[in-house]
Design a binder for this molecule. Structure first.
Ligand SMILES: [Zn+2]
Length: 356
């Protein structure tokens, strides 16, 4: 059955409860958001479980760039307008579809491992955009490195976009994350590039079944930043774990009381989902050992490639692969309020466990 939906709208004028995820800039606009955005610019069954492939034709005033997901099939040049046609060949959830229109410089190539990449950076010239462009240029290198950690890259292309305008957050849009300039105001920031590209495996290929499963996205992408650091001359992941643990006193209930198996409406993107989420994975690594840990996360990415999964399924999978009942371990880290006390059972680094 083929369904044709004809529709029209002015996204910038549409607000729900006085809120709009639609971002405009001096010379363009960005459709970017999680989980709200898709309904602002295309009709869809806006749920992460309803994946599809996409073709997008974006007509813009002549001279502007229109960037989206996947591969640029063609640009059709008209008298007053140009049309940019993009196509994704792998399943994608609605919120990962994006569009960025503006005056941007495009660079492209193929990574050492053969993945085509395309970056687009706003033409505004200042130290911030220069730093952003320098880190974005490492996208092919980071994508290839992540494949050594998590298994083959799941998509047909990689890249990144730094648009004009202020979305206020970075997002892991499929094949081509979008980053706000202000993430580079203080200096280089390769960590955000590692984070958003790690989501291509965890979040985009393996997607949440329900939004309460968001730890499967953010915990994993945050842990990937620690792993990058420890393999690129930075502190070990256990050092990052200890720093995070020590920085958050037990009285910080806003952090320690978030239930990561179901953060609840409004807390899907709480700091704990990211930071305690990354600690949980590093603790799992300490608990089961490096070989088992790496095979669990690679196996997980493979088992659910292009699909959807739940936290409960991950717990069962990790238990089966390590041949240990990890339910009490995950209960303490993910679904018990309060700061866990250092122990070997909970996967704390040896140097943090008190000698009795
Ligand atoms: Zn993230």
């Amino acid at each position: 059955m083929k369904v044709v939906v004809t529709y029209a709208g002015v996204p910038a004028k549409t607000k729900v409860d006085d809120y709009t995820p639609w971002v405009t800039s001096t010379n363009g606009a960005i459709a970017l958001g999680e989980p709200e955005i898709a309904a602002w610019w295309f009709p869809s069954n806006d749920h992460p479980r309803d994946k599809a492939t996409y073709s997008m034709d974006i007509t813009v005033p002549k001279g502007l760039e229109a960037i989206s997901n996947g591969t640029l099939r063609r640009t059709t040049y008209g008298k007053k307008t140009d049309t940019w046609s993009w196509r994704t060949t792998k399943p994608m959830t609605t919120y990962l579809a994006f569009m960025a229109i503006g005056d941007m410089k495009i660079t492209k190539g193929v990574s050492a491992k053969g993945i085509p990449w395309l970056n687009a950076v706003t033409v505004e010239k200042n130290p911030t955009t220069r730093r952003a462009a320098a880190d974005l240029a490492r996208t092919p290198e980071v994508t290839d490195w992540l494949a050594t950690q998590f298994g083959p890259y799941p998509f047909e292309a990689t890249g990144g976009v730094v648009p004009a305008g202020k979305p206020g957050f970075a997002l892991e849009n499929q094949t081509r994350p979008v980053y706000p300039q202000e993430y580079w105001t203080k200096g280089p920031n390769i960590g955000i590039v590692v984070h958003e590209l790690a989501h291509q495996w965890f979040g985009n290929s393996v997607s949440v079944k329900n939004w309460k499963d968001i730890w499967l996205n953010e915990g994993f992408a945050s842990w990937a930043e620690w792993r990058w650091e420890e393999t690129h001359g930075g502190p070990s992941a256990n050092a990052a774990f200890k720093e995070m643990y020590d920085a958050r006193p037990a009285s910080d209930t806003k952090f320690w009381n978030v239930i990561l198996t179901d953060p609840g409406p409004g807390d899907e993107f709480a700091g704990a989902v990211y930071d305690r989420g990354a600690m949980t994975l590093q603790a799992l690594r300490n608990r089961v050992g490096d070989p088992a840990y790496h095979s669990i996360i690679r196996g997980w990415a493979k088992k659910h490639r292009y699909g959807n999964a739940t936290v409960e399924e991950f717990i069962a999978y990790a238990s089966k692969q390590s041949d240990e009942d990890l339910r009490p371990f995950f209960r303490a880290w993910l679904s018990t309020a309060g700061k866990p006390k250092p122990s070997a059972e909970l996967g704390f680094p040896a140097e943090m466990i008190p000698k009795s």
